[in-house]
Design a protein around this ligand. Structure first.
Ligand code: SAH
Ligand code: SF4
Length: 422
């Protein structure tokens, strides 16, 4: 039986204009050094000038630093071979190249990996890596918590702690490359000639990025844009925008800017086809309704048959999963003439969630109706469920285990293992 749904009618729906706490993008560390992670070329250049380099030197060094930082993943100034040996300690005295701290790394039996990360001011967030036969997808977080309260999403039960900075967002991708050992090798002078094809040929595991971790990326637009620009920069992480997907619950006023200023693939968390149901399960719908949302999708720059918009649809038992819902979905996608594919996501349960997943037969029937209308409607296989890494299961909070408790448990496990071995 399904638990009673919380009464959400009085819930406030915060918007883009709501004040959201975010640290300044440049906060010197306690030792006075500045972390360069997340900064674009002009900022690096300005910092070098402020530190005393003349304009010409600063421009050259900024270009070199940018390359080592984002293209090679180097964190040690001493490894920057084209920067004069005498210059390197000068840089190291003033700057540092950081990464988010890893609190815990988990490995699922299906190969999925999840990292619990920590910001320099002590907040925890998560990222997930999902390997497949032909690709490897990193699921990146944009906020710690979320202001929205979708009823089926664990992150939605957290309050918003703060937006992640560009450094913390791009830092996730860089950390994943560190962990997977995937920084391109070779000499710096090859950089300009490296094409995406050569890049892929180097057997990379991390080929795709989805902004589908914790948070609503379009409520942290500037930082997400700045981070993704570093990811897409050919001199930076050099990942094609075609391999990046941003998922939004439907922040309509930011969608056009997302297309223009970021230009990545769009995924939209639709999840329901009637106002009544979507108002309940995706409460931002009360602010931006289904028609407005689908119109914004139709207007999304660069959406066409080659680059279709993905509509995510979580399958919730007795809520949004009837054949009539499937037919209405087809009608809506046709009405707005959307180049669409539909991703059916079996609901991933979490402790205390008020939903159940639709039955496999129901999901098959729903999928068949959409598919018969000529729209691709694959059912997404849940990944990493055993480590709570699947869609909508990400949550970090005090009620989860504290660091001290984890350490205690690790010590106990080690003791037990020793005793067993003795
Ligand atoms: N805030 C953004 C991106 C993060 S959520 C958004 O809502 O689109 C990524 C996807 O996982 C969304 O489609 C979301 O609706 C879905 N999701 C959330 N909780 C889920 C759950 N428990 N089971 C299955 N999918 C879930
Ligand atoms: Fe926030 Fe997305 Fe979860 Fe909704 S589904 S609560 S928008 S993270």
């Amino acid at each position: 039986m399904q638990a009673a749904m919380p009464d959400t009618t009085l819930m406030t729906i915060p918007g883009q204009v709501d004040p959201v706490p975010a640290p300044r993008d440049i906060t010197p560390r306690e030792d006075g050094r500045v972390d360069l992670l997340g900064l674009p070329r002009p900022r690096i250049r300005a910092l070098l000038e402020e530190a005393g380099l003349d304009a010409k030197q600063a421009k050259l060094r900024a270009k070199q630093l940018f390359h080592w930082l984002y293209h090679r993943g180097v964190t040690d100034f001493d490894a920057m071979s084209d920067i004069a040996k005498t210059m390197r300690p000068w840089l190291a005295e003033r700057f540092v190249i950081g990464r988010p701290d890893i609190v815990e790394a988990q490995h699922s039996s299906d190969g999925t990996r999840k990292w619990l990360l920590r910001t320099s001011d002590g907040h925890e967030f998560e990222m997930v890596f999902i390997p497949d036969a032909d690709r490897g997808t990193l699921c990146v977080s944009s906020q710690i918590g979320c202001t929205l309260n979708c009823t089926f999403c664990h992150t939605g039960t957290m309050r918003l702690v703060r937006n992640l900075t560009p450094g913390e967002i791009v830092g996730q991708v860089m950390l994943a490359r560190d962990s997977l050992g995937e920084w391109p090798k070779g000499k710096m002078d090859f950089a300009a000639e490296e094409s995406e094809v050569e890049y892929r040929a180097d057997g990379r595991l991390l080929t795709n990025i989805v902004m589908m971790g914790m948070g609503e990326p379009l409520y942290n637009f500037d930082n997400v844009r700045d981070a993704l620009q570093l990811v897409m920069d050919g001199e930076g992480l050099a990942l094609s925008k075609r391999r990046i997907t941003l998922s939004t619950s439907g922040v309509v006023p930011m969608m056009a800017r997302c297309g223009e200023e970021i230009g990545v693939n769009l995924a939209v968390s639709l999840h329901a086809v009637t106002k009544e149901v979507r108002d309940e399960i995706v409460p931002i719908n009360r602010k931006y309704g289904i028609e407005e949302l689908l119109q914004a999708c139709a207007d999304y720059p660069s959406a066409n048959n080659a680059r279709r918009i993905t509509f995510e649809y979580v399958m919730l038992k007795d809520k949004n999963d009837t054949d009539a819902d499937a037919r209405e979905l087809v009608r809506l996608l046709r009405q707005y003439d959307l180049p669409a594919k539909v991703n059916l996501i079996p609901f991933n349960p979490w402790p205390g969630s008020a939903h159940e997943c639709s039955t496999p037969e129901r999901i098959r029937s729903f999928s068949a109706i959409v598919f018969d209308a000529g729209i691709s409607a694959p059912v997404r296989t849940p990944r990493g469920r055993d480590i709570d890494a699947a869609c909508g299961q990400l949550k970090t909070s005090a009620e989860k285990k504290s660091r001290a408790q984890r350490d205690r448990e690790a010590a106990e496990t080690a003791e037990t293992a020793e005793t067993a071995a003795a």
